[in-house]
Design a protein around this ligand. Structure first.
Ligand code: GZL
Length: 327
């Protein structure tokens, strides 16, 4: 399905122009396109990490730049609050609803109500149960499975000459969230093809530095020999570093550590030699979201899945990237 390329204007208001699609039947008749300010209801997961704060800033800045009336609610980790926010957006008859679901299950009723109200829903960052896939028109976010693949691939490269089994422990994000499930799934898939890495234990760290430290203490008590750690975000990996150091270990040497997000703190951990690999999962998706919102407002068609950029940092690339890192 071809997407329109949109020219989004700031001060002069919004208009969309067709570029790259000559065939009118796929576009819309400009003189009948609705005008006026677009209202977007957005429910954010919370403020749990540097990644999330950068994601919020990206969405708010892009809405302001594109003159979109953003009704923003921060659920601070509560699905109940997210559902209440979505209902309030439906009651307010916003043009488009977008949200990053804190968990994958439990959205059928409210999203069915949005569809019955004729309000398109866009997912950002995380996903919902596949059974409810027809209740949203587009999802914008990272490929979490491949993030897990990459973390295991790069850790595995470090142990190619090691004799015997390499014991790996995982520190997980919040239960039932898409990144928690899919990063683990991707990590396990690559580990299964590696003849040395073995995931011997897991603990939930709930995306925070304190949670990562608590998880690492439990893992250390249960597993005397840990060769590598996969922490599903930077904050939990840096929390694990503090505990490993207190236990007299040398994180970055033994055990080696891979994390995900690539926040400034994560890249600093690479530069300091405490982390070994950081997989990037860009939170800067504000412009992608606003482009989809404007398309929908004008009755355009949008892609069902829009993947954001990713990369893998090591110490050398972190040194180069850190000075200009936006988040
Ligand atoms: C990933 C995002 C995750 C980040 C964490 O797209 O959902 O949630 O990896 C954040 O830092 O809490």
């Amino acid at each position: 399905m071809r997407r329109r390329s949109l020219v989004l204007l700031g001060a002069a208001g919004l208009y969309s122009t067709l570029t790259g699609c000559g065939d009118d039947e796929e576009g819309f008749n400009l003189k009948n396109a609705p005008t006026g300010t677009i209202t977007l209801g957005f429910s954010q997961v919370g403020s749990e990490s540097g990644w999330r704060l950068a994601n919020t800033k990206s969405i708010q800045k892009s809405a302001e730049y594109h003159n979109i009336d953003l009704r923003f609610d921060n659920a601070e980790g509560s699905q109940e609050r997210q559902i209440a926010a979505l209902h309030s957006f439906i009651d307010a008859k916003v043009n488009v609803i977008a949200f990053s679901p804190v968990v994958e299950s439990g959205w059928t009723q409210v999203l069915t109500r949005a569809r019955e109200a004729g309000i398109p829903v866009v997912l950002t960052d995380r996903l919902i149960d596949a059974a409810d896939e027809d209740l949203y028109v587009s999802s914008i976010g990272a490929e979490f499975v491949s993030e897990g693949n990459l973390a295991a691939l790069y850790l595995g490269l470090d142990f190619q000459t090691t004799k015997g089994q390499v014991n790996v422990v995982e520190i997980l994000g919040t239960p039932d969230s898409t990144p928690t499930k899919q990063r683990s799934q991707g990590f396990a898939a690559t580990v299964s093809r590696d003849n040395k890495l073995r995931v011997i234990d897991k603990e939930t760290g709930n995306w925070s530095k304190e949670g990562g430290a608590t998880a690492m203490r439990k893992l250390l008590r249960r597993n005397p020999k840990i060769d590598a750690v996969f922490a599903q975000n930077d904050e939990m990996g840096l929390g694990a570093v503090t505990v490993l150091q207190a236990a007299g270990q040398e994180p970055g040497e033994k055990p080696r550590i891979a994390t995900v997000d690539a926040t400034k703190a994560g890249l600093q951990g690479l530069v300091d030699g405490k982390l070994n690999y950081v997989v990037e999962c860009s939170p800067i998706i504000g412009d992608l979201l606003m482009s989809v919102v404007v398309d929908l407002f004008h009755g355009g068609s949008v892609d069902k899945r829009i993947a954001s950029e990713k990369a893998v940092f090591n110490k050398e690339s972190a040194v180069a990237a850190l000075p200009s890192r936006p988040y």
